[in-house]
Structures are given as structure tokens and as C-alpha cells.
Design a protein around this ligand. Structure first.
Ligand SMILES: *Cc1c(COP(=O)(O)O)cnc(C)c1O
Length: 402
């Protein structure tokens, strides 16, 4: 009567690679197809009143995988939700049609007029914009804090602080945050910790083992991994589930099955891709750090780079995204450098298989921390190409900087 995924094998004793290959698939339910198919639906028809009542009861008991109305998901949705909840180590996962949608839904789930939010100064730009331009209209104030504040956050907590929003490393400036120290203070004062975990993916940072209450992914990035879909996920603890779920449902947030299918497909190769992104990125970062044109490489996995100690303590791997601070140069030289690259494409977003570059033409907004570098900041996404070819491309670019 109710749709349910075939009881997944006990994941607990499986390596993550095995889960990625086998988890949340149920070929027997779909005539043997290896992958859960794209299941499209708005209306779900019930057998009769008794069937409808039984499903309602299952929903009231918080069962997953209940077909009710398309907005609340189909088997395609349930498969990805279950996978991400498992990988993040959380209780349940909800999906939104973009990463930004997931960020702002997770943040706004806990606040009402008169409340206060603490947000990292290094936060993803559009999340910052939501706090300053939209939350403010509803009477919610936001204070930005130095991303490296650690336990010092205590001094900024007000009696009405409900959320401490963290992102580590910041996806534009790469400061690492001491999340356990921040979470300890937040919890002592009754505030929730919401994390944007996109950079590390659920493979390389386990949010709930470090005190996070709600973890967000822009699945657009590594989980989908091929730059062809937009999707966000929100994963909660058992404690925060009802509040977040009610908020997300009330806002009509959901995601389409085609995009979810692409994320499920990407997920199967996530560990292989990330391993290679990391290896390539480390090789490029090491090369960059030795070049005279470079002021600083911002890649926390690089020994000696800012935040390396926290990364080593809390993370089990690194992705392919890094910052590159060049020595001060003429604006035209920077443009020539970017335009001369053949393998690094100029564009927004990252997390696909390909290398990307994005100069931060306007430095990210800062009002709680000092930016310590002089030269221009460029963001590099290191893809799955040969690192030798990527380095050769950058060498060509550096020649144009001279
Ligand atoms: C890209 C990104 C988002 C937003 O994801 P979209 O799917 O593009 O809306 C949120 N947070 C971080 C850190 C990102 O890099």
C-alpha cells in the first residue's frame, strides 16, 4: 500500500564507497532497473478512504517514503533524501530547488520577529544578502562575526540569539571555523547551529559529530557533480526535524524529480570524484605556493595554509575549491591572466568535473574582520583534468601577468 524503499542493508558496517554504490537502490521495485527511475507526480491517487487514512497516520508517525502529494516527494525524492541523511549522519533530509533555497530555509526556520542571528562574515554572498535585505524586513537582526572567532562568539550572543550560522571554509575566502567551540557556546545559550557544508560535502566533514544542528548542501556542486542541475538539501537532527520540516512544507519548497535523479546519479561516483579533486587540488596548490606571482594560497588542506590545523583536526578530506591571492598587479594584467586560460573556464559555481576560475572583482563584503592580503583574490575550482595540464595553463596565464 505504501511505497517504501526496500529495506536498505545495515549501512553501519559498510564503507561509504559501498553505500554510495548500493544504498537507496531498489531494482526489484522497478522491474530490475539499476537506478531508481524519475518518478513524476503531482496527484497521488489513493485506493480508498482507508488507504488515505493509513497514509495520513503513517505521516503523523513520521514515517518516510509515504506517497501523499507530489510536493512532498516521490520515490526519486525519497531515495536522495535517505542517501544524504545517511551520509551527513543526520536524522532526516529535505530537498529544495537550489542550494540557496536550502540555506535560507534552514536559517529562517528558527527565527521570528525580534530574534537575532549571528552569521559568519565569510558566508556565501546570497545568504548574507538574505539576512540583510529580507530577514531585516521581518524584524530579525543579524550580526556578522569574524569567522575565526571560535569560542569568542560568546561575547556576541544576545538573549534573543536563535541561530549561529557557520560556513567552513567560507567558499569565497576560505577561513576555517572552529565549529565545535562555536557550537558549544551556541548551545549553552539555546541557539541553533546551521552549517553550509557544501565545500567538504558530507564525505569529508561530519556536521553532527561536531555540534551542528542543521546541515545544508548545495547539491548543485559535488553531489550532482556535472554542472547540469540545481538542488539543495537540508539535513536535521531528530531534535530539529519537526520545526524545519514544518517550515519547509509551509513554504512549498520542493525539487523536481529530474534534478533529483541527476543528483542520485552523481552521488554514485562522489567518493571517486572527490578523491581526485583533492589530489589534483593539492598538487596545483603546492605548485602555486612556490610561484613568485602568488601572495597566498587559500587551501586549508595545504600544510601551512590558513586554517590548516582546524582542517586537520575536524575534516577527513578536502575538495577542489581554493582561493588564490596574487601579488598586487594592474587590473588589466589580471584580466589578461584570466582571459588567457584555456582549461579554467570563467563562470559561477563549481563542484562539477571541470576546472573553473572566478576573480573576486569586488572583494566580498566584510564588516567584522580584516582582510589581510593586498593583491587580487581569484577562486579556482580544480577539476578532474590532468594536473600537469592545469599547471601548464596557469603558467601561460602567469606569463600574461608579468
Ligand atoms: C553555490 C553555493 C550555494 C548555493 O547553491 P545554488 O544551488 O547555486 O543555489 C550555497 N552555498 C555555497 C557555499 C555555495 O557554494
Amino acid at each position: 500500500m505504501l511505497h517504501s524503499l526496500e529495506k536498505a542493508p545495515a549501512h553501519a558496517d559498510q564503507a561509504v564507497e559501498t553505500f554510495l554504490s548500493h544504498g537507496t537502490r531498489s531494482p526489484k521495485e522497478y522491474g530490475g532497473t539499476v537506478n531508481p527511475p524519475v518518478c513524476r507526480a503531482s496527484t497521488i491517487v489513493f485506493d480508498n478512504m482507508q488507504d488515505m487514512d493509513a497514509r495520513q497516520e503513517a505521516i503523523d508517525h513520521d514515517e518516510t517514503g509515504v506517497m501523499w502529494y507530489g510536493r512532498k516527494g516521490t520515490p526519486t525524492t525519497f531515495a536522495l533524501q535517505e542517501s544524504i541523511a545517511y551520509l551527513e549522519g543526520g536524522y532526516r533530509t529535505l530537498l529544495a530547488s537550489s542550494g540557496l533555497g536550502a540555506c535560507i530555509a534552514a536559517l529562517s526556520a528558527f527565527v521570528k520577529a525580534g530574534d537575532h542571528v549571528l552569521m559568519s562574515d565569510s558566508v556565501y554572498g546570497p545568504t548574507r544578502h538574505y539576512a540583510t535585505a529580507i530577514l531585516s524586513r521581518y524584524g530579525i537582526t543579524t550580526t556578522f562575526y569574524d569567522p575565526q572567532i571560535g569560542a569568542g562568539i560568546e561575547a556576541l550572543i544576545q538573549p534573543n540569539t536563535r541561530v549561529v550560522y557557520v560556513e567552513s571554509p567560507g567558499s569565497q575566502t576560505f577561513e576555517m571555523q572552529d565549529i565545535p567551540a562555536i557550537a558549544e557556546c551556541a548551545h549553552r545559550h539555546g541557539a541553533r547551529v546551521v552549517l553550509d557544508n557544501t565545500w567538504a560535502s558530507p564525505l569529508y566533514f561530519k556536521p553532527f559529530e561536531h555540534g551542528v544542528d542543521v546541515s545544508v548542501q548545495a547539491c548543485t556542486k559535488y553531489i550532482t557533480g556535472h554542472s547540469d542541475a540545481l538542488l539543495g538539501s537540508i539535513t536535521t537532527t531528530q531534535d530539529t526535524w519537526q520545526e524545519v520540516r514544518n517550515h519547509v512544507y509551509a513554504h512549498g519548497l520542493n525539487a523536481g524529480p529530474d534534478d533529483i535523479y541527476l543528483a542520485l546519479r552523481g552521488l554514485r561516483t562522489l567518493s571517486v570524484r572527490l578523491e581526485r579533486h583533492q589530489r589534483n587540488a593539492l598538487e596545483v596548490a603546492q605548485w602555486l605556493a612556490a610561484q613568485p606571482e602568488v601572495e597566498q594560497v587559500l587551501y586549508p588542506a595545504l600544510p601551512g595554509a590558513p586554517g590548516h590545523e582546524i582542517w586537520k583536526r575536524d575534516f577527513t578530506g578536502a575538495s577542489g575549491l581554493m582561493g588564490l591571492v596574487l601579488k598586487p598587479c594592474a587590473p588589466q594584467a589580471l584580466r589578461d591572466f584570466v582571459d588567457s586560460l584555456a582549461l579554467f573556464h570563467l563562470g559561477f559555481s563549481w563542484g562539477g568535473f571541470e576546472s573553473m576560475i572566478m576573480p573576486q572583482v569586488d572583494m566580498p563584503t566584510r564588516n567584522a574582520s580584516q582582510w589581510p592580503y593586498q593583491g587580487p583574490l581569484v577562486r579556482l575550482h580544480i577539476g578532474l583534468e590532468s594536473p600537469d595540464d592545469l599547471i601548464a595553463d596557469l603558467k601561460t596565464g602567469f606569463a600574461r601577468l608579468a
